[in-house]
Design a protein around this ligand. Structure first.
Ligand SMILES: [Zn+2]
Ligand SMILES: [Zn+2]
Length: 316
């Protein structure tokens, strides 16, 4: 028989770890009043923001949640992210971790919202934020910009929890950024014009595999890393609407699109090779065209599989 003292020590240690995890999760469970959280052990992708820099009232800035049990992972933090998270019955007092594909403003304008609203709604523990080099500086500037708010909320009658606004930043240049209790998240460097660092994220859970493409030109790395995924979420622009724009520098617009983004036809070809169970279009640059036109472009590119244009609050 094995050493009982050692076994009981190990059991106590495991219980302490479990307690810490449960306590941590329990701390981040507050939802918008009247909503009920889904904490089943089934992976869900929730579109919080399917938009672009265009302030379309129907589409919040880029943001996606992947949930499994009590864990909620946020990918990108576009404008409106906390309102959409509340509408989706996700916790409003903090996420398990926040991942940033890159630091373009349309993907990060909601980061102050994520950091400060989660605190005001009860967050007390530092929240992990994982992003490219530059993320620490951005978070530092956000904390500095709201320093008077932080002082008033903690020193005044609101009695805000001291330090509850804190986040822990982990900068990455790619690779595994989360690996715990059956969930693995990998950052894949993708080409996004002049950005030195931009990522797609592949999320593998016990029952699902998801590739979130972020903002990217056609990427061989993304294509390879997407092998066998259930869901491929990808940005796209309307190839037949590409034309110079009538503004200073507008003659470079077609080149910008080519170097920073993926056309409908290019995506159709890529998805044909990847063969995801479902292709989800988001961050669609229609440029005056219709969604049907973009979908037709993806079909022209060769993709004949299941294709959905994401709408905010869609669940997959
Ligand atoms: Zn973008
Ligand atoms: Zn971008």
């Amino acid at each position: 028989m094995k050493n009982p003292a050692r076994r009981s020590r190990r059991t106590a240690w495991a219980a302490a770890v479990l307690l810490a995890i449960v306590a941590g999760d329990a701390a981040a469970q507050r939802v918008f009043p009247g909503n009920t959280r889904d904490t089943s052990s089934v992976t869900r992708l929730i579109i919080l923001g399917s938009g672009t820099p265009l302030p379309d009232p129907e589409r919040a800035g880029p943001a996606f949640a992947v949930t499994y049990g009590t864990r909620v992972f946020l990918f990108d933090a576009g404008s409106g992210v906390m309102r959409r998270a509340a509408a989706a019955a996700l916790p409003i007092d903090g996420f398990t971790a926040v991942f940033l594909t890159h630091l373009h403003s349309d993907h990060t304008l909601g980061l102050p919202d994520v950091i400060h609203t989660s605190w005001v709604m009860g967050r007390s523990a530092p929240m992990p934020v994982i992003g490219p080099p530059g993320t620490s500086a951005m978070v530092g500037h956000i904390q500095a910009a709201w320093v008077e708010d932080i002082v008033v909320r903690t020193e005044g009658l609101e009695h805000g929890r001291k330090g509850g606004h804190r986040v822990v930043v982990q900068e990455t240049t790619g690779g595994i950024v989360y690996d715990s209790a059956g969930i693995r998240i990998r950052a894949i460097p993708v080409p996004h014009g002049a950005w030195n660092h931009a990522f797609a994220f592949r999320i593998d859970t016990p029952d699902r595999s998801i590739m979130l493409g972020g903002d990217t030109a056609p990427s061989k790395e993304l294509e390879t890393a997407s092998a066998g995924v259930d869901l491929l979420v990808h940005e796209v622009y309307a190839s037949r609407r590409v034309a110079p724009e009538q503004r200073p520098g507008g003659e470079h617009w077609p080149q910008y699109l080519r170097e920073y983004h993926t056309s409908d036809e290019e995506l159709g070809a890529l998805a044909t090779r990847v063969r995801p169970k479902q292709l989800i279009l988001t961050h669609v640059l229609r440029m005056g065209g219709t969604m049907d036109e973009v979908v037709a472009g993806v079909r022209r590119g060769g993709f004949a599989g299941t294709l959905v244009v994401a709408k905010d609050l869609d669940r997959f």
